[in-house]
Design a protein around this ligand. Structure first.
Ligand SMILES: Cc1cc2nc3c(=O)[nH]c(=O)nc-3n(C[C@H](O)[C@H](O)[C@H](O)COP(=O)(O)OP(=O)(O)OC[C@H]3O[C@@H](n4cnc5c(N)ncnc54)[C@H](O)[C@@H]3O)c2cc1C
Length: 412
């Protein structure tokens, strides 16, 4: 049996993002009566990031649309919020974190939910005014303020964030070009065929999509004016939005001597090798039994579910966490959902009609389902996911037949 911390205990959470906010909530819901200190580098209380590239660009909604809790919730639940206060060091010997201003907070247990930051474009001109990234609310505000009819936006990177930003910018009347180095869109997440379907979707909505391009520089006199491609061609730009991935915030953990690679290494309970320190969300490298390996996830659902599970583990009987590997993206009028890992598959099974705009794809590996995409067919995701998790061998013809109900197939 694990020891349940008493009311005199302090749990410090470093990183007041989605994972941090949900962890604080889970501690109180599970009855933890001790001190909870939630420390964040940003000046805002925890909020969800998905709207940053979607409705918060398209509409004039403010942060209240995305925040996890009302401001009063923190006081009501006795969550001590310390914002605009990056933690600069963890002293594991005395169980204390130090903040940028020099203040220190002692902990009995520490949860790291430091998330990730954007990968910067390593090119000449990338620091010119007019070059933006989208990771936090201020980024979105800055981009949105510049989006008007006819403004030329060049998006660098054809992954989720880039493509969502492209779609949202179009909705605000911008002239949008997406530049992608690979020969397909969302290459890490979906099959070439799905990438091609989305390329056509963007083009239908007036986005120019250019694949296989090399970018050599961003140029302009005192602000962005153009993006220069490998062959010397210049793509005019009033605004550049870069979406080329993220890197986990692991430096704090690394400096404290914790095991770190592509994320802070944790076990299935969210524990690091230090019995007083846990990690969750985008910053954590966690085991996944379905895949049979460790991985670092960058998803809303993981940020939420992992953080809450780990928070409960910190105060109660530890229970292994297994992420469902589910993510979504909204682009134009299309909802894409993905589960599993689309790697090493040997066949794609299509269900529904791509031309009709609602369909799904099963990624098959030796007869089993390795991954699934739904396009405007989210209601099929849950029953399909159950088929995948069953690890049973399925007849492709059955999966493809819209008259065979997935729910029923799962019960056979
Ligand atoms: C624009 C955008 C759109 C997205 N859309 C989707 C989507 O459609 N679907 C989906 O599944 N996922 C989406 N995601 C991903 C999802 O939002 C993230 O996976 C999730 O936010 C991760 O939460 P987190 O709390 O682990 O990390 P983060 O959100 O990165 O939060 C970590 C927090 O910790 C703070 N911090 C870091 N270091 C320190 C320190 N030393 N001291 C104090 N604070 C620190 C950071 O400032 C940050 O506020 C999107 C992400 C972005 C940026």
């Amino acid at each position: 049996m694990s020891e349940t911390p008493g009311p005199s205990q302090t749990i410090v959470i470093v990183g007041a993002g989605h994972a941090g906010g949900r962890a604080a909530q889970a501690l109180r819901t599970a009855g933890f009566a001790g001190r909870v200190v939630l420390i964040g580098a940003e000046k805002y209380p925890p909020y969800e990031r998905p709207p940053l590239s979607k409705e918060l660009i398209v509409t004039d909604a403010g942060l209240e649309k995305a925040r996890l809790h009302d401001p009063a919730w923190y006081e009501q639940n006795k969550i001590e919020l310390m914002l605009g206060a990056p933690v600069t060091a963890i002293d594991r010997a005395v169980k204390r974190v130090t903040l940028a201003g020099g203040a220190a907070v002692s902990y009995d247990k520490l949860l790291l939910t430091t998330g990730a930051r954007v990968r910067k474009l390593p090119l000449p001109g990338a620091d010119l005014p007019g070059v933006f990234y989208i990771r936090d609310f201020d980024d979105t505000q800055a981009v949105r303020a510049r989006l008007k009819d006819g403004v030329k936006v060049v998006v660098i990177g054809g992954g989720f964030i880039g493509l969502e930003t492209a779609a949202s910018s179009r909705k605000r009347g911008a002239v949008v070009t997406v530049l992608e180095a690979a020969d397909r869109l969302m290459g890490r997440a979906v099959a070439t065929e799905i990438g091609a379907w989305f390329k056509a979707l963007h083009e239908k909505h007036g986005v120019a999509v250019r694949l296989g391009v090399t970018i050599t520089a961003i140029e302009g006199a005192d602000k962005v004016e153009r993006v220069v491609l490998g062959g010397g061609e210049a793509v005019p730009a009033d605004l550049v939005v870069v979406g080329i991935g993220i890197v986990p915030n692991v430096e704090l953990a690394m400096a404290a001597g914790l095991e770190v690679s592509n994320g802070i290494a944790v076990d299935e309970f969210g524990r690091t090798a230090d019995p007083a320190i846990w990690a969750a969300g985008d910053c954590a490298l966690q085991p996944n039994a379905f895949l049979g390996r460790k991985l670092r996830l960058e998803s809303y659902q993981n940020a939420q579910d992992h953080a809450m599970a780990v928070a409960r583990n910190m105060i109660g009987e530890p229970k292994a966490y297994e992420d469902s590997l589910w993510v979504w993206s909204d682009q134009h009028d299309v909802n894409l959902q993905m589960t599993g890992m689309p790697e090493g598959y040997d066949a794609l099974v299509w269900r529904g009609d791509p031309a009709a705009g609602a369909f799904m794809v099963f990624y098959m590996k030796e007869g089993r389902i390795a991954a699934i995409n739904t396009v405007n067919l989210g209601r099929e995701m849950k029953p399909a996911q159950r088929l995948m998790q069953s690890r049973k061998v399925f007849e492709p013809a059955q999966l493809a037949d819209p008259n065979v109900r997935l729910l029923k197939l799962g019960k056979e």
